[in-house]
Design a protein around this ligand. Sequence first.
Ligand SMILES: C[S@@+](CC[C@H](N)C(=O)[O-])C[C@H]1O[C@@H](n2cnc3c(N)ncnc32)[C@H](O)[C@@H]1O
Length: 248
Amino acid sequence: MNVHWIVGVHPVAGALDNDPARVREVLVEQGARNARVQQLAERARTLGIPVHTRAREQLDRLAGNARHQGIAIHYEAPPTLDEAALEAAVDAAGQGALVLVLDGVTDPHNLGACLRSAAAAAATAVVVPKDRAAGLTPVARRASAGGAERVPLATVTNLARTLRELKQRGVWITGLAGDAPRTIYETDFTGPLALVLGSEGEGMRRLTREACDFLARIPMPGAMESLNVSVATGVVLFEALRQRGVAR
Ligand SMILES: C[S@@+](CC[C@H](N)C(=O)[O-])C[C@H]1O[C@@H](n2cnc3c(N)ncnc32)[C@H](O)[C@@H]1O
């Protein structure tokens, strides 16, 4: 069972609004005076979700490094996809398949921000390697502002193999790299598509890069070496949506 703690006013509000059936219980900090926290607790009671009061230390413990603001929920997340479920989701999405692949993003804030953008772009799935990458910790969930609950996450053991599988299913793979010869504005992002971004320090690994059909860069006229991976994710996802005529 994939049960997690989600903490903080905004993520909790998102879960109560979008997926109340997945919320098992709400914990509110003893003596919490934040009006938003009280409103959320009241909303949960109206939805028939048990609300309990707990000492601040208990919320601190389950939140890890994330800021809980006096409220936490026990949330039954949709299961992460394995390779087979990812392929089924891509097949079901057909021409509209839009997959975000993160090759070893290690900062949970960056993972959360990428999930937020992917959810906003209605991506089919986000793919991450099982090892040497940030997982869906409370910090990542909180940084995703509810995105982690709205876009399926696939964890795979061999990223290069997964990219080859996607290719066989008709998905075009574009890797994002600052040294690519062509820009994202010169790259065709219509049809089934996977966008691959590299890690904070090293970028894409060699085998991942070699598995890409195309490489594309986001032009940067300023004197900076690269963009933050979550910023690059947002830029390229929404350029893809623009080319695909998605303007809602
Ligand atoms: C912080 S950057 C990594 C920088 C790393 N030193 C490198 O050489 O790739 C993290 C990821 O964001 C993406 N990225 C950042 N800036 C980019 C740009 N201007 N064009 C394309 N991708 C970019 C790439 O996928 C990159 O691997």
